[in-house]
Design a protein around this ligand. Structure first.
Ligand code: SAH
Length: 344
């Protein structure tokens, strides 16, 4: 058991389980999302939440899981373009910008966007977005934080470019269940091949709270972000608080998932057909930390799946499988290229 992160109330942390999927607690098994399936929160309702100050989702402190797993997001890279979908006034945007990254967010509430800049005493300018009727872009004078005030569904890579990293907290779980596929497809279209996507989801009994945040079953996350992906749970954290008790819940977990490799593979369907290029993707992602010796010769299938354990710097290749075919377990422990060079 690792040390508990500094969540309010000294809550317990569940270390990421690298050998099993995210359902070790049994709480994520169900794919039944109850009446949430039909629920729609309109943009107007979000604007009202901001007007009424009904923004319990906003945290004044940086998210402990982003602080803990920042290395996974950055992967040794500097000067990244990092995207914050449905950004609200997330304080992590300033934090990452101060590190030298370029931050882009999208938020439907102009109030939220303006509060972000005023909370951090950041001068900014605003300008229309010619491609999107009624949209505005608010940019810090220093130019490293750009917040689009519009619906995320109005964006495209031709407008905002592509990103090296995504911090998705309070975003997928805030999207109306009927819009999830559209959201996931858009997100996949907005990331570069070698990007890192950190996704925070929540787990609770969806029959007891209507959301948002919505409960997104693990099975749905997998299908949303592509079947050739292996999405890994880095950590599960008990985030239960008085607020959740008032919602009628008796447990509330936060999960941090990463799907860096899968996005890389999904986005390069043509190159993914070549195992050699899969190896190249992995080597790009984990440059200097993983010698994937002749891995390309191991599989000739058209779609391969790599299961990597985290942290990146001590990355282990656990298995390599061809989708639709029986899993070929190459190694149970550390993947030692030289030892496995015989193809066993
Ligand atoms: N990610 C933020 C805010 C989470 S709450 C954080 O971690 O604090 C979800 C936010 O999404 C709200 O601020 C809401 O106004 C905004 N939002 C809801 N629907 C949206 C949409 N279609 N496009 C852009 N922003 C949206």
């Amino acid at each position: 058991m690792s040390a508990s992160p500094s969540f309010g109330g000294g809550l317990q942390a569940f270390p990421g389980d690298m050998d099993h999927s995210a359902d070790a607690s049994g709480l994520l098994e169900g794919s039944d999302i109850g009446s949430q399936k039909e629920r729609v929160v309109t943009e107007e309702e979000w604007l009202q939440k901001w007007e009424m100050g009904n923004i319990g989702f906003h945290k004044e402190q940086r998210h402990p899981l982003l602080q803990k797993y920042l290395d996974v997001l950055l992967n040794g890279r500097s000067g990244l373009r990092i995207f914050f979908p449905l950004c609200g006034k997330a304080v992590e945007m300033k934090w990452l910008a101060d590190m030298g990254h370029t931050v882009v967010g999208v938020e439907v509430s102009e109030q939220a966007v303006k509060e972000f800049f005023s909370d951090h005493s950041l001068p900014y300018c605003e300008e229309p977005v010619p491609e999107i009727s009624g949209a505005k872009m608010f940019q810090s004078t220093s130019g490293n934080i750009s917040l689009y005030c519009c619906s995320i569904y109005d964006l495209s890579s031709s407008i905002v470019g592509k990103f090296d990293g995504v911090w998705d907290r309070g975003a997928l779980v805030a999207v109306n269940p009927c819009d999830r596929q559209r959201y996931a497809s858009l997100m996949i279209s907005l990331v570069e091949k070698n990007s890192s996507y950190l996704l925070v989801t929540v787990s609770y009994d969806p029959n007891k709270h209507k959301g948002p945040p919505f409960y997104v079953p693990e099975s749905e996350i997998k299908s949303l972000f592509g079947n050739c992906c292996e999405i890994r749970c880095l950590e599960k954290v008990d985030d239960f608080s008085e607020r959740h008790r008032q919602w009628g819940l008796d447990y509330f977990l936060e999960l941090l998932l990463v799907d860096a490799v899968c996005l890389a593979l999904c986005n390069s369907s043509s190159s993914a057909s070549s195992p050699g290029s899969v190896a190249a993707v992995v080597q790009t992602l984990f440059s200097g930390t993983l010698a994937l010796h002749q891995a390309g010769q191991r599989e000739e299938g058209s779609c391969c799946k790599l299961v990597l354990s985290i942290p990146v710097n001590s990355c282990q290749v656990k298995s390599w499988q061809r989708v639709g075919k029986a899993r070929q377990q190459l190694s149970r422990g550390n993947y030692h290229p030289a030892r496995n060079a015989g193809g066993k």
